[in-house]
Design a protein around this ligand. Sequence first.
Ligand code: GLU
Length: 283
Amino acid sequence: MQPVYRFAPSPNGYLHLGHAYSALLNFEYAKRTGGRFLLRIEDIDQGRSRPHLEEAIYEDLAWLGLEWEKPVLRQSEHFNFYADAIATLENRGFLYPCFCTRSERNFEDAELKDPDGAPLYSGKCRMLDDASRAEKLNAQLPHVKRIDMKRVREYLSSTLVFEEFGTGSAGRMITAQPERWGDAVIARKDVPTSYHVSVVLDDARQGVTDIIRGADLLPATDLHLLLQALFNLPTPRYHHHDLILDSDGDKLAKSKGSKALRDLRAEGVTPAEIRSRLGFLEK
Ligand code: GLU
């Protein structure tokens, strides 16, 4: 089977060295294995995504020497597809509407944190009686849709396992623990989907077999496995690579003013220098 790789950036900032590393790793793996390389624009966050940043992604990746299949899938063009899939989970009784505001949530179970460090949701809206829930829905109160984790785990009691492949070395099997996310948000207030749902559905419909992405997304994979099982989709292999750190040992981030690839380019840095800095051998 021909392997399929993808790089899936969000156009909410300029790409930095960390993105370059991820994109190049996927691209090089595809080349080495005779696989396909896809680019996907993850722009469900309409408040933060910008067309000029999407253009900059194409420009920066082309500058690095990458080529990808066209047309490129843009998630913002597929909200109905995600919403329909979410409706199937809702119809099966796996989701519930949550009307809590951010401050209410933080006040709740502040002691218990999810893997991202956010307070674990207490389940307050799960406990609403049918009449109060219907009343709030009829009043069209803004709400997210959360997964009823306990219920889902009762339904899907089997162990969820994925292969984490290494670079060169043998892979290892990891048991997913989606429970540690609690009643995670499956559909946001502003858009009828979430990162987790869109990424899982798109990886499956694009036939992605091997997902290479940063180690910061390793905990999210637990939820992705759960969703794959619920949607009856195959589980790809994963490789979560080390993050590229700045000279202080911190993760590169737009918010911390890490240099964008285009800043490096403006300073005269060449694609070959970027590749060698990231440990890729010359073409
Ligand atoms: N869109 C995500 C990001 O830019 C990456 C998603 C993924 O690789 O699964 O962080």
